[in-house]
Structure formats: C-alpha cells, structure tokens
Write a protein of this length. Structure first.
Length: 501
C-alpha cells in the first residue's frame, strides 16, 4: 500500500529515553497544605496516569527512593502511596524488581514471557486512545481551559437562549401531547423543515423527507456505518483524522484504509491506489471525510479535489459520508460534496454540540431517498426515536434566527482567539503545519508530543498527534483548540518541557 504524505511530521529533536529507565512523570510539587495527605495526593496522581493510560500496562513505576526524591517526600510516604495503588488493583509488586502497572483484562491473556519483555522494553511513547482523550475532557477539574479540548469554552455559549428555547418547546398543548408518546422515527417534523432551509444556505437541496435526526453527529455516523457496512468491509478515512472515527470503525470490525489528507483535501491519487489495491470483492464501500474545517488540520476541501473525489465515488460505486460538524464556524459558501453531488452518492452529517452545548445531543443526516428507509430502520434498532423536546427547542432556535446570531458572535470571538494563539505559538518557536483556520490548529512542537503530553498532564491536557493517525506513531505534531489555548502560561510551560525532553 502506497501513501503520499502531504503534511509530513517533523522528527522529534531528541531521542527517546534509554532502555531500562522508568517513564518520565510530572514534577509538580505536592501540597502540604491540602486537605488530603501527601500519600493520598501521590496516589491520586499515579491513579490518574494509569486511568488515562498515560502509564502503560506493564510500565515500571519509579523506585521508592527515586519517587521520594522527585516529589520531596519521605520513602514512607511513597510506600504508603504504592500500597494504596496496590489496594486499588492499579499496580502490582514484583519481588526484587519493583512496582508495575497492572495489565487490564485484555492484556492478561498474553504469555508470561511476552509480558515480561513488554515491562522491560524502553518506553517509546505514551499509550493513547480515542477514549483516553475524551475521558480527559470530562475529568478536568475546575473547568480550566485546556489546549487539547474539542469544544468551545462554557463562557462562550448562550444558556439564556437555550433556556428560552426549552421553555417554548415545553409550553402549549401540542408540546405536552408530543412529550407523552413516541415521536416520528425520522425525527421531529418541525426541526427537519428548519434543517432543510439551513441546508439550502450551503447549497444542499434536501427536502425534509430526506433528513433523519439523531442523538448527535456521532450517532448519525454510526447509523450510516451499520446500515451500509458489515464486519470486514473496507472504509476510506482521512489521515490525519478524528481518532474516534478510527476507533469506532475498528470496533465494528471494519478494514480502515487511511487516505493522506492535505491542505486542499485528500490525496486523490493515493485514494485511487488504495481502492485498486483491494481485492475485487472487497473494494471500499464508504469514504468518511470532513470537507470543511477538517479536524485536526483546519483545512477545507478545494473544488478540484471535490470533483475528483466524486468522480472516484461514481466510478467505484462507494458512498461518501460528509461530516460537517463544524459548519457553524465556517463560511456558508464553503464547498460541500453534498451540494456538488445533490445527495446522489453523498450522505451529509452534522450536529450542534460544537456551537450550542456539548450536552445537547441533537444531530442529523441527509441522504439519498433510496437509503432513507434503511437508515430509519437502523435508527429504530439503536434508539427507537430521538427526544422530541430537544428537537423542538432547536427548531425554535433555527426559526427565530437566534442560533445564527449566536454563531456569528462565536465566530468573531474565535477569530480574535485564533490570532492571539497563533502569536503565542510562534513566539515560543512552534510552527503550524497547516494554515490556522476554524477551531483547531495543527501545531509542530518540535518534540514527540506524546512524551510532551505525559510530562504536562498534571496541569495541561494536550491532544498529541498520534491520536489522529489510524495506527498511532510518534510525531512532533499536536492539535490545539484556539479558543482554549490563549493562556500564555501554557506556552511558557510547553517551552520549558520541550527543553527537558
């Protein structure tokens, strides 16, 4: 399989640690004025690293003496902390060798010799997964902005608008009656009508009957996948791309074919080679892509690349799933495959968590009429219907123009945040591997960003570049959120850690 790297990864500046050394860990000082003991604080710190899988199963913890030196505590404090980790089942003690992170259920079946070799092997990179980053988003204390987050800051959102829309959705006889029964399997009719008007602004001609509402955009992607694919089928996916999509497809037993993604879209020549390299009976049946404000690079699809992709889809008979999750942050006239294709071989997916609130799980898909019955059947098997109250509230936001006005305010604020973040990044010797646009920046930090994420985990959640590859590998790239990366302290801390690695 031949790939063409359009956005190459810069090499890390220094080699990985020598074999046999324990993994680096955060060096933040424990507090003697905290409500918890030093041992409890140390226990919590290591427990978080294990839970986030930033300490791999089989990784060796520092010796008692070394850990005591690093954290300026007594050996007795470290022994107490390690005992608590043992009691929680997070680590295990190996006589005359030290303490090691306990293997999870999926690792325990490995032969003893293989497990021993893994424990002694040099730690090349911090283990990561799609769920590790997502869990980190939910677990950050105090609501502190984090560069690795995928959402807007809470203070940028409009709770008053949401509350007013919800009051509208729950008042009146019709709303009360609709709340007492299942809704339309395809979704609330009023919302689908409003969505058809919204799609027209993007040049996408879709009548309400072509739209199916979902529990967020990820649910829409899952409905499409379960409808059109079976385990073992091949799927084309952008690389770099959103790690949740890789993980979701792999969990369903799909054969993921990464297509190099560049500044103007996918490498069409590489895509063709990938397609033709597959056996005739297992040619790709789906291509999943983000046309506008791609995650993580921020790039958008060019017209030439769009036409080439559509030609390939018609030539080889696969469908295209166009994930337009960031549509509210992009110009309405940005090229969409669904607009060029008139929903013939394209299935359009979007949602509102990125602009309204992450917890308001309303998404939708627009599809060719020939697929609608099958897609609705898949929705029925997964959620029966979708909550009508939230859909009615969203319809009100669309109809009254309040969502459009809110999005305009967010875009203005994001433009200012992006400009400030770019200045900070460049002032601290970081460069952008793609032109800064939209919510995310694709930043070259100059060192292995998994090691960097590990070193900074106590204070800052990062999104290392390995998360955005189908097969994780060391890279000096990372994704930042422009809205949550404006703190100069973060860039100063990053500069310090880069010098240490």
């Amino acid at each position: 399989m031949v790939r063409t790297a359009v956005l190459p990864d810069a090499p890390a500046r220094r080699p990985a640690p020598r074999s046999g050394r324990p993994p680096a860990e955060p060096s933040a000082t424990l507090s003697r004025r905290a409500d918890t003991t030093l041992a409890e604080q140390l226990t919590g710190r290591y427990a978080e690293l294990v839970r986030q899988r930033l300490l791999a199963p089989g990784a060796r913890l520092p010796s008692v003496r070394e850990c005591a030196r690093r954290h300026a505590v007594s050996p007795a404090t470290v022994v107490s902390a390690y005992d608590q980790l043992l009691a929680r089942g997070l680590v295990e003690a190996r006589p005359h060798r030290g303490f090691f992170v306990r293997a999870g259920p999926d690792e325990t079946a490995r032969p003893r010799a293989e497990a021993a070799r893994a424990a002694e092997a040099p730690r090349q990179q911090v283990p990561n997964s799609a769920t590790a980053l997502i869990r980190g988003m939910f677990q950050r204390p105090g609501g502190k902005p984090m560069p690795g987050l995928g959402t807007l800051p809470a203070e940028w959102l409009d709770p008053e608008m949401l509350a007013a829309a919800m009051r509208k959705a729950t008042s009146g006889r019709q709303a009360a009656e609709s709340a007492l029964q299942y809704g339309d399997p395809a979704g609330e009719a009023r919302l689908r009508e409003a969505l058809a008007i919204k799609l027209a602004d993007h040049g996408i001609a879709a009548h309400p009957g072509q739209i199916v509402t979902t529990v967020g955009a990820t649910h829409a992607l899952d409905i499409v996948t379960r409808t059109l694919l079976r385990a073992g089928d091949s799927v084309l996916v952008d690389e770099p791309g959103w790690s949740v999509e890789y993980a979701r497809l792999a969990a369903l037993g799909m054969h993921v074919l990464p297509v190099p993604r560049g500044r103007d879209g996918p490498d069409v020549a590489a895509m063709r080679r990938l397609i033709e390299a597959q056996p005739a009976g297992n040619r790709p049946r789906l291509y999943v892509t983000v046309s506008v404000l791609h995650n993580p690079t921020g790039a958008s699809l060019g017209l030439h690349a769009a036409h080439q992709v559509l030609k390939l889809a018609h030539e080889h008979g696969f469908f295209i799933v166009e994930d337009d999750t960031y549509s509210h942050l992009a110009p309405a006239h940005s090229p969409r495959l669904a607009a060029l294709d008139a929903l013939e071989r394209t299935i359009y997916v979007s949602g509102f968590s990125k602009i309204l609130t992450p917890n308001w799980r309303v998404g939708y898909l627009a599809a060719p009429t020939t697929l609608l019955d099958r897609l609705v059947d898949s929705k029925l098997l997964s959620t029966l219907t979708t909550p009508g109250v939230g859909e009615l509230a969203l319809a009100h936001c669309l109809e009254q123009g309040s969502l459009r006005r809110h999005a305009e305010r967010v875009v203005q604020r994001l433009d200012a945040a992006r400009a400030r973040t770019v200045r900070l990044a460049e002032a601290h010797d970081c460069r952008f591997a793609a032109e800064p646009r939209g919510l995310f920046g694709w930043v070259d930090a100059g060192v292995d960003t998994e090691r960097l994420a590990h070193a900074m985990i106590d204070e800052w959640l990062l999104a290392p570049g390995s998360l955005f590859h189908a097969t994780p590998r060391p890279t000096s790239l990372m994704r930042i959120n422009f809205a949550t990366s404006q703190d100069a302290r973060f860039w100063k801390a990053l500069a310090v850690e880069r010098k240490r690695l």
